[in-house]
Design a protein around this ligand. Structure first.
Ligand code: PRX
Length: 682
């Protein structure tokens, strides 16, 4: 399955220096370890598990599972019988056993240049213990769900690890999501408590986060689900005397427009609570398969699914992928630009790096604020060695040319990574040539919220790279490509990307709906985990992701379901029907092109268009704001009334070759839609 030989031509490498210190220095070594991980997973992962602290040992095989719906319920269990605590492994073990207490865990870089602080492993442990005691004093117990809606601040890591320390299950909602989305997620996972902040800046835009949180809590109350407590961090409105939990003096953040509504029945001040809490807190020992966290991801039916990850497998998998894919070394400074509200931030800002005792940059701001050199300025400021970002950010910065990059030296960089969507070769080459100066390998990591960690990826010193290919499977991962009839294709081929067996970090269920888990991922092809992505394997055995093959769109590396946007549109009183498709976008990858049929008697206007965009933004969040809305008095439908999205995609892209449209009920609709297309400026 892994080729014996890799091609010598038309492939790229990083500089040879990396091999000297690398954990996996050659392709042969990768192959040897890969075969071991498949043939003898107990031995392979047993070696990994030795590095961690276990309160009790496993009682059975390393992994047990059923991937075949025809044989009964789907399950995956890793290290059953063992007990541990991830927070203990990430912090106490590093401070006490590995003597890394003085090592910096995070350099925090605020939105505003000059707004910065640092936290060591010892300090992080103290802060987490204090906040864990606060949660306990509020009645949070093992297994309870806690919702977290916070900006990119160290307290977000503190909040998540405090949950983990007491065995509570965190459900982090990206702070760019709307009040409605937050309410939906709080209710679906029946969260006991919400942790939020007053507000934050994204570039020069103030986000009144507490306002949104209050709106969400009101919606929950209206729907009969009152959340009793909301802990509020003062991030922008902190007084100097409230900064005792922070390493550096509070920065001056001018925010005259900040509004922090306060509901004394529900709201509690973070700073007041921690000032009275002890910084010692006995961890709750959890079973391997206890839930660790829930993270919502878009579902093709429109309802987000709560992906559940569990304790031991996720810990081992994120720790190992981080160590090997970024070839982590003790003197590294690592920076992942994702938000912790997404899986990339969970696995590769918090869990993977801290498990390895890594020093990371935690960045609150944007790549373009105050100017488009910000990223490279930060790279030089902290001597970043390993840098991980999304193709959409690379394409955005590429637009401004190489000068803003070359203003900074970037000599510290050793490995570059990308994640979230296929990277087009042009962006890959710019990243490799301009940012990394042909010295740094690019790890194009393919994975999903559901996979917990990287599943197809190069290893920086071992894998010859092909621009745009996620190359080969990580240890323990067995990919296959299936045709429509579910037959495995051999050699060069294209079809559905599936996995034949679990790895430790794969999701275990959809929260509160195991049936949905089985039907989304395991029904179509019994015996396989179905990713929902198309994939091609070339003659050299390299894997190339070709994009989603369901009704999902990937906008700036974020998955959105067309159904979710459509239902937000039809909730507007003027809209009778809506259909949403993706239209390629030079920076975002895909943009949202929406067709709306208005109710009888309603006229289309610019004002209505603006209202519809606002409606979607308010229902879902800014990432789902439609790029184009077209008035569609009729939609192309089959005789049985099914909307032909394939045709709509062609209209959005102005492609006249429609293929077979003989099943269309009324073809005149198509001509009319072509005539009235939105003429996008990009
Ligand atoms: O379509 C694939 C794309 O992102 C999807 C997963 O999205 P999400 O669960 O939000 O997680 C994103 C961060 C891991 C996948 O099904 N995707 C992710 N990484 C890549 C990718 N497509 C191509 N190449 C990648 N490296």
């Amino acid at each position: 399955m892994i080729p014996d030989h890799v091609p010598e031509e038309n492939v790229y490498y990083g500089s040879g220096d990396l091999k000297k210190e690398s954990h996996v220095p050659s392709f042969d070594k990768y192959k040897e370890l890969y075969m071991k991980s498949i043939d003898n997973p107990d031995e392979f992962w047993g070696v990994v598990a030795k590095d961690f602290f276990w309160k009790s040992k496993p009682t059975g095989p390393f992994l047990s599972y059923n991937f075949d719906v025809t044989k009964g319920e789907i399950f995956i269990k890793c290290m059953e019988g063992a007990s541990t605590n991830i927070c203990y492994n990430l912090l106490d073990r590093n401070v006490h056993e590995r003597k890394l207490g003085d090592r910096i865990a995070f350099f925090w870089e605020g939105n505003e240049p000059g707004d910065e602080s640092v936290v060591t492993y010892r300090e992080l442990l103290q802060r987490v213990c204090r906040f864990a005691n606060v949660l306990r004093s509020q009645g949070v117990k093992k297994g309870d769900r806690v919702s977290i809606y916070m900006p990119m601040v160290i307290e977000l890591v503190v909040a998540m690890l405090a949950c983990v320390r007491i065995g509570a299950v965190h459900s982090i909602v990206f702070a760019g999501f709307s009040a409605e989305s937050l309410c939906e997620r709080i209710m679906d996972s029946q969260c006991l408590l919400l942790i939020t902040a007053d507000g934050f800046y994204r570039g020069d835009k103030l986000i009144n986060l507490k306002h949104l949180a209050d709106e969400a809590l009101q919606k929950c109350r209206d729907k009969g689900f009152p959340v009793k407590r909301c802990i509020v961090l003062k991030h922008l409105s902190k007084e100097p005397e409230e900064s005792m939990d922070s390493h550096s003096p509070p920065a001056k953040r001018s925010c005259p427009d900040l509004q922090v509504p306060w509901n004394p029945e529900v709201d509690l001040c973070w700073h007041a609570l921690i000032s009275e809490a002890s910084d010692e807190c006995e961890p709750e020992w959890c079973n391997s398969e206890d839930p660790l966290f829930i993270l919502y991801t878009s579902g093709s039916t429109g309802k987000p699914k709560g992906v559940v990850h569990t304790v031991s497998g996720y810990m081992l998998y994120t720790a190992t992928t981080f160590k090997l894919v970024f070839d982590h070394q003790p003197d590294d400074v690592y920076w992942c630009t994702a938000d912790i509200g997404w899986i990339t931030g969970h696995s590769y800002i918090t869990y993977g790096p801290l498990a390895n005792g890594a020093t990371s940059v935690l960045f609150e701001g944007l790549p373009t604020y105050p100017d488009v050199s910000r990223m490279w300025e930060i790279v030089d400021k902290y001597h970043v060695t390993k840098f991980y970002t999304a193709p959409t950010a690379i394409r955005l910065l590429m637009k401004f040319g190489s000068e803003p990059v070359q203003k900074f030296k970037r000599k510290s960089l050793k490995v570059l990574g990308t994640v979230g969507e296929p990277i087009n070769p042009e962006a890959w080459h710019w990243y490799y040539n301009v940012v990394g100066e042909k010295r740094c390998p690019i790890v194009d990591t393919f994975w999903q919220t559901e996979t917990g960690g990287h599943v197809l990826t190069p290893l920086p010193a071992a894998t010859p790279m092909k621009p745009g290919s996620a190359t080969f499977p990580f240890f323990g991962v067995v990919p296959a490509i299936l045709n429509e009839s579910g037959e495995e294709l051999e050699g060069p081929s294209e079809g559905y990307l599936v996995f034949k067996q679990p790895w430790p970090g794969v999701m275990r269920t959809v929260y509160g709906n195991h049936q949905r888990f089985e039907s989304i991922y395991f029904k179509k092809f019994p015996g396989y985990y179905v990713t929902g992505d198309g994939c091609r394997r070339d003659k050299d055995g390299y894997y190339w992701i070709t994009g989603r093959i369901d009704d999902m769109l990937n906008v700036s590396g974020h998955l959105l379901s067309t159904a979710e946007v459509e239902s937000a549109l039809v909730e507007h009183r003027a809209v009778a029907e809506a259909a949403v498709v993706g239209r390629p976008h030079p920076i975002k990858g895909e943009s949202l092109y929406c067709f709306v049929t208005l109710k009888d008697g309603v006229a289309y206007s610019q004002m209505l268009e603006a209202e519809l965009k606002k409606q979607v933004r308010e229902k879902i969040g800014a990432i789902a704001t439609p790029d184009y809305i077209q008035n569609a008095p009729g939609l192309p439908k089959t005789r049985s009334g099914k909307i032909m999205r394939r045709v709509l995609r062609k209209i959005a892209c102005n492609e006249k070759d429609l293929g077979d449209i003989s099943t269309l009920a009324d073809s005149s609709v198509v001509e009319e839609l072509f005539q009235n297309r939105c003429c996008p400026s990009v």
